[in-house]
Write a protein that binds this ligand. Structure first.
Ligand code: VG1
Ligand code: CO
Length: 542
């Protein structure tokens, strides 16, 4: 087959954000854009003879993008691409496949929880041989290649369709189409006590899983309905659609409102959960209760030993900086290490590889373990189900018992979306300039103890990541964290994360916004949020 070398110009060279490169579909679909970025990845990672995994969340443009990427891969000497049937692979399933097949890396086509469709978002992320997102050294190398690129190589023929299982040759490359679900479902059976969960479901226990028209539909149907015996209808919105049914496939109380309302209403099943576009996030609910992701991590850590895959105990718990400190208290109680990393799953990779952390979590509905190197929505749901099957209590009881033992971390995230990029930068710069003047300041009954521009030194390889967000710590254990989103595609998003600790012997029954009201007011004032953003209130509160 003929290999063409097509001249091209460098693309914006934007540093890939928190998780791969995300842009509007219209940008990725600009002739030469996807081609150039894909070639930049291959220039950075030496593709000759490589085995790669490829899959995506089924969103609009995945099909065309995969056909193009296959042509570029073959032209760059890739030996084999293992791809999910019809291009489908959830992010955790892709991570598992990279590890299981000892691939050199993988390409995940997704913009995660961002909306899809022709006017929506698209994303491309490179994962390394451990199955995890590329660390900063690799993403920096990709950016450097994108900055100086002048050509891409592409096979002149169309790539084959990805609808039939099995192997096909494409030039000198083999394309291997695999079932996207089976290996992943088998891994879940190895980690969890499916018999115990099946028995619980065969009893009176009811559940509802909302796949949000995204990639987990086929996985959840196989696992919950086929293998665990939940009645049909337990998994809803189970067919992946190119525009996620027109919604945001973001599992939180705002975007998964129908499920949230069901679970807090009078006809609630025992357990409710949802996942995002690419299947790495999770939302957990019980009848009458929403479990914050930060609490979920802490509760899973405290109960992990009840699950077969973790019965020997956990080595450590890692959480991202803005995730509440609830899991630190559990780690302390268990006598294991606790880590605070920057936002983004890539920062957990080394800790997981080194066996220092077993469970990891982010406040943004990401929870996972050392079974793969991505966060894993269905894994988190199965952890909960397995623990509930052993403990034989409701979600609400489990959560309240946890608070009674460890205390409660009231938690909320306030997002100011689509603000002007300049205004966002000015706010952060002003905050950094004023940082040393904040300790000792008091307002709304809150006194600042410490103000820190968070930087992280990886304990395994010593690499340093600076400018990872601001942490304000208040007297009495409250914290406020501020950072700019690295995954948005329109303007800038300011994230303000707020937490307030309530010890075991105090009330845990307040509404979170009420419990946090002084932290919210103090932070708004100290940071002058309205002055810089020109917004009176956040756009999204979760
Ligand atoms: C957001 C979350 C972060 C998460 C990232 C990717 O990033 O805050 O915790 O790791 O999305 O999640 P940001 O920079 O917008 O705050 V997803 O499900 O790609 O995969
Ligand atoms: Co995701």
């Amino acid at each position: 087959m003929t290999i063409q070398t097509i001249p091209t110009a460098p693309i914006d060279g934007q540093k890939p954000g928190t998780s791969g490169l995300r842009k509007k579909v219209s940008v990725f679909a600009t002739p030469g854009y996807l081609e150039t970025y894909t070639q930049a990845i291959f220039d950075a990672v030496s593709p000759e003879g490589a085995v790669l995994v490829m899959g995506g969340d089924g969103r609009y443009f995945n099909r065309e993008a995969m056909a193009t990427i296959l042509r570029i891969a073959a032209a760059n000497g890739v030996a084999r691409v293992i791809v999910g049937q019809n291009g489908i692979l959830s992010t955790p399933a892709a991570s598992h496949l990279i590890r299981k097949r000892k691939a050199n890396g993988g390409l995940i086509l997704s913009a995660s929880h961002n909306p899809g469709g022709p006017s929506g978002d698209f994303g491309l992320k490179y994962n390394i041989a451990n199955g995890g997102p590329a660390p900063e050294a690799v993403t920096d190398a990709i950016v450097a290649c994108a900055d100086r690129i002048d050509r891409y190589k592409i096979i002149a023929a169309d790539a084959p369709a990805l609808s039939n299982l099995g192997e096909v040759r494409f030039g000198d490359m083999v394309i291997e189409v695999v079932d996207p679900v089976s290996d992943y479902a088998t891994l879940m059976e190895e980690l969890f006590d499916f018999d115990a969960i099946r028995q619980m479901i065969a009893g009176a226990f009811t559940l509802r899983f909302d796949a949000m028209h995204a990639v987990t539909g086929p996985y959840a149907t196989e696992i919950f309905q086929q293998r665990l015996g939940a009645p049909s209808g337990s998994v809803i919105n189970a067919i992946p659609s190119e525009d996620f049914g027109g919604g945001h496939p973001d599992p939180n109380p705002v975007w998964a409102k129908p499920l949230y309302d069901l679970m807090l209403g009078s006809d609630a099943p025992d357990f409710g959960a949802a996942s995002d576009g690419d299947g790495d996030r999770n939302m957990i609910l019980g009848r009458g209760i929403y479990v914050t992701p930060s609490d979920s991590l802490a509760i899973l850590a405290a109960n992990a030993h009840l699950v077969p895959g973790y019965q020997i105990g956990i080595a450590g718990v890692a959480r991202s900086m803005p995730t509440s400190t609830a899991s630190d208290r559990v780690a302390d109680h268990l006598g294991v290490e606790a880590f605070q990393t920057p936002t983004g799953w890539k920062f957990f990779g080394n800790l997981l590889d080194a066996g220092r952390a077993t469970l990891c979590g982010e406040e943004s509905a990401g929870t996972g373990s050392d079974h793969v190197r991505e966060k894993d929505g269905l894994w988190a749901v199965l952890m909960w189900l397995n623990i509930l099957a052993v403990r034989k209590v409701s979600v609400a009881t489990l959560v309240k018992e946890h608070w009674a033992t460890f205390g409660r971390d009231y938690y909320s995230r306030h997002d100011y979306e689509g603000i002007a990029g300049d205004a966002a930068a000015e706010l952060m710069d002003a905050l950094k300039d004023n940082l040393s003047s904040l300790p000792g300041k008091s307002t709304h009954g809150m006194t600042v103890n410490a103000a820190e521009d968070f930087s992280y030194t990886d304990p395994i390889d010593g690499s340093v990541s600076t400018g990872q967000g601001i942490i304000l710590t208040f007297e009495g254990g409250a914290r406020a964290m501020l950072r700019l989103s690295g995954t948005g595609t329109e303007g800038a998003t300011l994230r303000v994360y707020l937490e307030q600790y309530a010890p075991p012997d105090t009330s845990h029954d307040l509404d979170a916004q009420t419990a946090l009201s002084n932290v919210i007011k103090a932070t708004s004032e100290l940071v002058q949020i309205e002055h810089f953003t020109k917004r009176k209130a956040p756009d999204v509160i979760t």
